[in-house]
Design a protein around this ligand. Structure first.
Ligand SMILES: [Cu+2]
Length: 394
């Protein structure tokens, strides 16, 4: 297995990641039905074989979206991971904005159909595109989130599975249209983001309830997922953990809009996160170009008024610094650099220790980034070339 990839909240994807996803999905739409990676082929598996009861609800769907994710990777870009639609953490406005508009502006600046909005239906279901309902009071999603949180508190696997099944079904009904039936659901692209979240909630539950699957789940044969080069079906045990399949979920991610990068920003961590083993908490500074100017970016957590003068050594609220080694040391003109297409300059800082020490469950955490020049003076934010800042907690 070549490492673990992370599935992220669709609301936290960068515009590049969202373009990659939409392009891969649109390419799957175009593949002929007999191609095993086609949207038509995979979308149709749900109606013929899905398991929605106990045993099998969680394992079958983990297997199903794994096939879907591999098809996205196969047809386009093997760095893609299937994102999730988080309807389980709390106040939500329903369908994520990336899925809610019929068109989007592509990389060339053209307005084109949004493949996250509707998928093509096979002729057996009447052809055309999927459609959703628009008459839903989005406050319903608050009740769905509460029900999912209640499921996370169940100690037995079967109660957890049965209790998650209800809010999962409510999401199908609230999205409406093809999502309301077994035969149609797999053709609405939002299905895969929805079930990615079902699977994520299960992974969350597994983190707090370590142990093996109940025997009737582990031995259940999961048609139509066959063992490689074999006529045998895979079983629940083949899908017991996300690690064995090569992925994890980003438990928390926070994508900052540019205006707040240099202010103190506040966020609240999911209380469930504190019950888990913390694998990592990272701050990622993203840039599509090499830094022009050398500087250091210092990161403070819960420090009341951080500035270039705030002590770093021995300060428990100093999370670390990112050194940006650039082309110039100050204001002198920068040399011209050759750029490779798609080359990125992203820096990551591990903030786990400081974050754990400085925050408590459910409390607000404040963070501030302070750019400091090589002369120790403050650098004005417009001299820092960044195109995104992300906090990822896994
Ligand atoms: Cu479902």
């Amino acid at each position: 297995m070549n490492g673990i990839h992370y599935r992220r909240n669709i609301d936290c994807l960068t515009s590049d990641q969202l373009h990659d996803l939409r392009e891969a999905l649109a390419a799957m739409f175009e593949l002929p039905a007999e191609d095993g990676n086609s949207f038509e082929k995979i979308g149709g598996l749900h109606g013929s074989d899905c398991e929605h009861g106990s045993p099998g609800f969680l394992t079958w769907h983990r297997a199903y979206i794994d096939v879907f994710e591999k098809a996205l990777q196969c047809c386009c870009d093997n760095s893609i991971s299937l994102p999730f639609w988080d309807w389980s953490s709390g106040p939500s406005t329903g369908v994520p904005s990336a899925c809610a508009t019929s068109t989007y502006v592509n990389r060339d600046g053209d307005s084109v159909p949004n493949p996250l909005y509707a998928g093509p239906l096979p002729s057996s279901l009447g052809g055309g595109m999927t459609a959703r309902r628009s008459d839903v009071d989005t406050r319903t999603y608050d009740l769905i989130a509460t029900a999912a949180q209640n499921a996370l508190n169940q100690s037995s696997f079967s109660s957890f599975q049965n209790m998650l099944n209800g809010p999962h079904g409510s999401v199908h009904l609230n999205v409406g249209g093809q999502m309301m039936t077994f035969a149609g659901a797999g053709f609405d692209p939002i299905f895969y983001l929805h079930h990615s979240n079902v699977d994520r909630v299960w992974a969350q539950w597994q983190n707090t309830h370590p142990g093996t699957l109940p025997a009737n789940e582990a031995s259940l044969e999961l048609e139509p997922f066959n063992m490689p080069y074999s006529a045998d079906w895979k079983t629940g045990a083949d899908f017991a953990t996300t690690d064995q399949l090569g992925y994890r979920y980003s438990t928390f991610c926070y994508f900052l809009p540019p205006i707040v990068w240099w202010d103190i920003f506040k966020f609240r961590l999911d209380p469930h996160w504190f019950k888990m083993d913390i694998k990592s908490a990272k701050l990622v500074l993203k840039s599509g170009s090499m830094p022009v100017r050398s500087m250091e970016i210092r990161v403070f957590i819960n420090e009341p008024e951080p500035s270039v003068k705030t002590p770093t050594l021995g300060n428990p609220r100093f999370a670390g610094s990112l050194g940006m080694f650039g082309m110039t040391a100050g204001d002198e003109p920068a040399m011209q650099m050759k750029r490779r297409p798609n080359q990125r300059f992203d820096l990551e800082l591990d903030i786990s220790r400081t974050l754990v020490k400085q925050s408590a469950s459910g409390e607000e955490v404040s963070m501030k980034l302070v750019p400091v020049g090589i002369d120790g003076q403050a650098v004005s934010p417009d001299k820092v070339n960044l195109d995104g800042i992300e906090i990822l907690i896994d």
